[in-house]
Design a protein around this ligand. Structure first.
Ligand code: VGL
Ligand code: ZN
Length: 212
């Protein structure tokens, strides 16, 4: 692969304590993302990281819906919403980057899921595409046309990041061995990857970048 480091961004999705084993919404095997998430940074001029950043009363939390159970699916202001355990509460230890993540080259952190009334899996828009985070403008200002995406979780925030990146016209690569999923229902990860491909994203392996 011809890697011109300029104009290519690496997007690290939600590498926060709560999504790792031992965290509130742990993704199995997520700790295998290291050291890859650090090593790959060497191949990019622009490193961007998203943080799920919820108020403690966020309505994606089952705790805010008495009578509901974890992982129930409800209608939240007209959108289908999975009810999650409390996770990535703003300023809590669970919302911090995993201690193994190298953060000194991260130029921009995008905070999402800050509005209690609507969830935001993607770092570009909320789930209804009503509000933009400004990430698209930032990337355009930097002249970036290609985005390489890895992180957590394949079947939620990575999937929505990829779909929005394609929707916005970016050439989009998903680093498959750098993504781990929740798999709430069996087949969710496979289906997420198919949706990414159908949207025009390319699934690649980290070695495709490292060997170039
Ligand atoms: C995520 C569920 C709820 C994710 C965030 O990062 O994939 N999943 N909030
Ligand atoms: Zn969340």
């Amino acid at each position: 692969m011809n890697m011109e480091p300029e104009r290519k961004a690496l997007l690290l999705v939600d590498l926060q304590n709560d999504f790792f084993p031992g965290g509130a919404l742990a993704v199995q095997k997520a700790d295998q993302i290291f050291p890859l998430a650090n090593d790959l940074q060497n191949y990019f001029s622009h490193i961007i990281a998203s943080k799920d950043w919820h108020p403690s009363t966020h309505k994606s939390f089952a705790s805010q819906h008495p009578g509901s159970a974890l992982y129930d699916i409800i209608d939240l202001n007209g959108l289908t919403q999975v009810l999650w355990p409390n996770h990535c509460v703003q300023e809590s230890p669970g919302s911090e980057f995993h201690p193994l993540l190298k953060t000194d080259r991260i130029q921009k952190i995008v905070y999402k899921g800050t509005d209690t009334e609507i969830d935001s899996y993607s770092p570009f828009f909320d789930n209804a595409h009503r509000k933009s985070t400004g990430l698209d403008n930032y990337l355009k200002e930097q002249g970036i046309q290609e985005i390489y995406i890895m992180g957590l979780a394949t079947d939620y925030c990575v999937l929505y990041s990829v779909l929005d990146a394609r929707h916005l016209g970016y050439k989009t690569y998903v680093i498959e061995d750098g993504c781990f999923g929740i798999e709430k229902n069996s087949g969710d990860i496979t289906s997420a990857k198919q949706q990414m491909k159908d949207a025009g994203a390319k699934l690649i392996q980290s070695r495709d970048i490292i060997r170039s």
